[in-house]
Design a binder for this molecule. Structure first.
Ligand SMILES: NC(=O)c1ccc[n+]([C@@H]2O[C@H](COP(=O)([O-])OP(=O)(O)OC[C@H]3O[C@@H](n4cnc5c(N)ncnc54)[C@H](OP(=O)(O)O)[C@@H]3O)[C@@H](O)[C@H]2O)c1
Length: 448
């Protein structure tokens, strides 16, 4: 390839010349950058990017119209938005030298001339894509990121490319100087903090865009402190409080569970009153958590399975990894702004009796069904001391009354699997397969 073959004339700016100085044998390009262009800046009045209060930095908005490559473009900065939007967005991924040059202005100062590998444009593109992705993606702070569902949230948030921070309380062994878990970032660390440390919380909140709380039930009301801090910080684009269960505004279970839901409702009302942008997540049943609780797959000796009530009420069980994935998605989705999202995929609606039959098919074993009548659960919910009365009233609500499925979804409701038709929840079948291969460990939720 000759020097002329490097398409300088299609360069979008005169500040870069791409030329291959040698014959087709060479695997190098000479790249001369005569001046460093400014970074993208935002004019007053630039429109929000889809309610997220973010300014788009998509390349489509920094496209430079074709010019002779030696023409000064210094005045063009102000005309970036005058471009013809008819160029196809697939252009973002084309190998056009002009576009590559539009990326080069972000290289470090001092980068003047060097011999570079032929695939540099591609490398730059990838580097820029990653940088662009990081700057486009929200920064997420997770409270309760060391807990049961919190760990899944942190993992997925990192995997999806978000800079992810965990506000974690120090343990007795935590040195004051060590950073708390901060993921996907070598440039940031988050101090350990207690929920009472308002100033610290505000300063951490100011570094992020989205806040997800996965605090345990006993800390639900402590989220009022998070709300106060979010109010003061003033920059949070979305807050997802610790809910992750049934749609608390549409069910009325036995009193011990009702009292628990009432504290979660208090948080909903406080968020609405302070006008913090929110998404409320009704994730329904944690799949692995309840498979462990109902089927006891770790107990190889058992010959029976307890069935609560008649075992026919339908429940919804979603694998925790999916709950985390959809939660990170909805936390960043303009369609879920100030909305409740319900995770009710059709493949995950199942009764206890169906679940047991499916497990028998998969394991080749058979289990005696031992029923605990509804009246017994109601009685236990009235007689057991707090907090032991809570789990029985939850079992009654979810598996006897069928509260996950006790209301129809209307036109206005947002159901997660419909929101992202291209993604698929792990089905109950698949979840039981996971239990056959590598059973997730049983867990117990904290109620006090
Ligand atoms: N839908 C369902 O099937 C289902 C099942 C269970 C729970 N849930 C709901 O899921 C949400 C999260 O529950 P979870 O079981 O995942 O919680 P968890 O495992 O008990 O995790 C609790 C988190 O809260 C933190 N925490 C505990 N006490 C704290 C304190 N005093 N100050 C600050 N942080 C504290 C823990 O930090 P440390 O690591 O420092 O202790 C941990 O990160 C809750 O809203 C719960 O009601 C739903």
């Amino acid at each position: 390839m000759s020097a002329a073959g490097t398409r300088p004339s299609s360069s979008a700016t005169n500040t870069v010349t791409l030329a291959n100085p040698s014959s087709g044998q060479s695997q190098s390009l000479v790249l001369r950058l005569n001046r460093r262009k400014k970074k993208v800046t935002w004019k007053e009045g630039t429109v929000d990017n889809e309610f997220m209060q973010k300014k788009s930095s998509k390349k489509c908005c920094i496209f430079h119209k074709d010019k002779p490559f030696d023409e000064d473009t210094s005045d063009d900065e102000d005309h970036d938005h005058d471009h013809d939007h008819h160029h196809h967005h697939d252009d973002h991924h084309s190998k056009d030298a002009g576009e590559t040059s539009s990326l080069l202005h972000l290289l470090e100062p001092g980068f003047k001339e060097m011999v570079v590998p032929r695939d540099l444009p591609e490398l730059i593109r990838r580097w820029m894509d990653r940088e662009a992705m990081e700057s486009e993606l929200s920064k997420i702070l997770i409270f309760g990121g060391t807990g049961y569902i919190g760990k899944y949230l942190v993992k997925v948030s990192v995997l999806l490319g978000h800079k992810t921070f965990v506000y974690a309380r120090p343990t007795p062994n935590t040195p004051q100087t060590s950073p708390s878990p901060s993921y996907n970032s070598t440039r940031n660390s988050t101090p350990w903090g207690e929920l009472e440390e308002h100033e610290k919380m505000v300063s951490v909140l100011r570094q992020v865009d989205v806040v997800i709380s996965a605090l345990a039930f006993p800390q639900v009301l402590d989220q009022l402190k998070i709300i106060d801090s979010i109010k003061v910080a003033g920059n949070i684009k979305r807050f997802l409080p610790s809910e992750f269960g049934c749609e608390e505004d549409r069910v009325s279970p036995l009193p011990p569970f009702e009292a628990l839901l009432e504290t979660k409702r208090k948080i909903r009302r406080a968020i609405e009153a302070t006008e913090i942008p929110y998404t409320f997540v009704s994730a329904n049943g944690y799949g692995a958590y309840f498979v462990n609780l109902l089927l006891r797959p770790h107990d190889q000796q058992q010959d029976h399975i307890v069935v609560y009530g008649n075992g026919q009420a339908k429940a919804v069980l979603n694998y925790e990894e999916d709950i985390a994935t959809y939660t990170i998605k909805v936390a960043n989705d303009p369609r879920t702004y100030n909305k409740v999202v319900i995770y009710r995929p059709e493949t995950n609606i199942i009764s206890q009796l169906e679940l047991i039959s499916l497990w028998e098919q998969k394991t080749g074993r058979s289990f005696k069904r031992v029923h605990t009548p509804e009246e017994e659960l109601v009685k236990l919910s009235e007689t057991l001391p707090h907090p032991e009365n809570i789990p029985v009233s939850i079992l009654h609500s979810l598996f006897v009354k069928g509260d996950f499925m006790s209301f129809e979804l209307g036109e206005e409701d947002i159901e997660a699997s419909k929101l992202y038709p291209d993604s698929k929840f792990t089905t109950i079948h698949q979840l039981l397969d996971i239990f056959l291969i590598d059973p997730p460990e049983p867990a117990t939720a904290a109620f006090a």
